[in-house]
Write a protein that binds this ligand. Structure first.
Ligand code: SF4
Ligand code: SF4
Length: 354
């Protein structure tokens, strides 16, 4: 048996699970920022998954136009093979939002990849989704554009842009019975995506149960908590201590942070190898992982309406609690008086020294 296939090298280790291809469409409306983001992943890294460094995983072949060596028709070969049912199994990844091709000018199109050899016309991104989604083992939307529409889908846009679930249907299931998996973020946090992909590959290998998703089809273990719950500045918020300019380590809710109502683990996880994480390093949370982004969190630099009420209420409590805590802080900053070098023991009983 040859050790290479038209799409990559064959694994040498015996595995009951066939090789899996990842067909990654970046031809939605987007900026390729999610592809760039995942090159920074470390838990696991893209290289670890593709080079087979993780035990138990099937051999993975990645087809992503930004990271590919091949180009043109050679690059498109596995996509055509999958369309014809000759490349199986595969996971479909969509990056970028789905334009509404029912509303463009009759002579035009919004987004495409490759050219139809018979007609000479571009093959629309929606056509690729129509061809590939029914044959995919799983469909994953990466980044906020592909998940919920993102920037391209904001009010007044001309393309009617939407997320993958808006296009295929929120109750869509793959041929393996998996719902669409959404990993939002603008761009996606690299380890969030790679960890989700790893989970799906383990599921396909029979080593993990059905992936747990919330109502917005996000992995629950990644998006179950708010930014605020993991923020380094949350202690300041709780004491009603707010920054009024960006040169401050205090809570930046008054500068426009939406962290208390946004589902995202970035402050806990950091951006790259645990470093960074929007509000931790001074950037207001603009809710980029949310289905309502961007319209429902604009204008970005204004204090969120709900925060005006909560921060005003907490300011009163915070002032009192801060002064009480400063008294207690002064007390616990002093050693007990029985620690001395004199020739006498003055410790007494603990209950008498309190
Ligand atoms: S900076 Fe934002 S996320 Fe952090 S404590 Fe303040 S409001 Fe919460
Ligand atoms: S903390 Fe806010 S702005 Fe930063 S990635 Fe998460 S949702 Fe987006």
């Amino acid at each position: 048996m040859p050790d290479a296939t038209p799409y990559g090298r064959r694994t040498q280790r015996a595995s009951p699970v066939p090789d899996i291809h990842i067909l990654w469409l970046t031809a939605g409306l987007g900026c390729d920022g999610d592809t760039i983001s995942i090159t920074a992943a470390t838990q696991p890294s893209l290289e670890d998954v593709v080079l087979g460094a993780i035990p138990g995983l099937p051999k993975v072949h990645l087809h992503n136009p930004v990271l590919a060596v091949d180009s043109g028709e050679l690059y498109l070969k596995p996509f055509y093979a999958a369309k014809e049912g000759k490349l199986d199994p595969f996971v479909l990844v969509l990056e970028g939002s789905v334009p509404n091709e029912k509303i463009h000018h009759p002579d035009g199109y919004w987004a495409a990849m490759g050219t139809d050899s018979k007609t000479g016309q571009p093959i629309k991104t929606t056509t690729w989704i129509d061809w590939l989604a029914p044959k995919a083992l799983a469909a994953v939307a990466i980044g906020t554009c592909a998940t919920y529409g993102g920037i391209h889908a904001m009010a007044g846009n001309p393309t009617g842009a939407m997320g993958l679930a808006d296009y295929l249907g929120w109750d869509w299931k793959s041929k393996a019975g998996l719902p669409i998996v959404n990993v939002p973020g603008c761009p996606v946090q690299p380890d969030n995506f790679m960890e989700t992909l790893l989970y799906l590959l383990y599921q396909v290998a029979g080593l993990a149960p059905m992936i747990p998703l919330d109502a917005q089809l996000r992995p629950t273990w990644l998006f179950g908590k708010t930014v605020h719950e993991g923020c380094d500045r949350a202690g300041y918020y709780e004491q009603g201590d707010f920054a009024h300019d960006y040169n401050s380590p205090k809570c930046i809710v008054k500068l426009g942070c939406w962290g208390p109502v946004v589902n995202c683990n970035v402050p806990k996880r950091g951006w790259m190898a645990g470093i960074g994480g929007c509000p931790n390093v001074g950037g207001i949370c603009i809710g980029c992982t949310m289905p309502g982004f961007p319209d429902k969190v604009m204008p970005f630099m204004d204090e969120p309406p709900g925060a005006k009420i909560s921060s005003t209420a907490i300011s009163v409590y915070g002032r009192t609690i801060r002064s009480l805590r400063s008294l207690t802080n002064a007390t616990v900053n002093k050693e007990p008086k029985w620690r001395h070098p004199r020739a006498e023991l003055t410790t007494g009983h603990r209950s008498h020294q309190a």
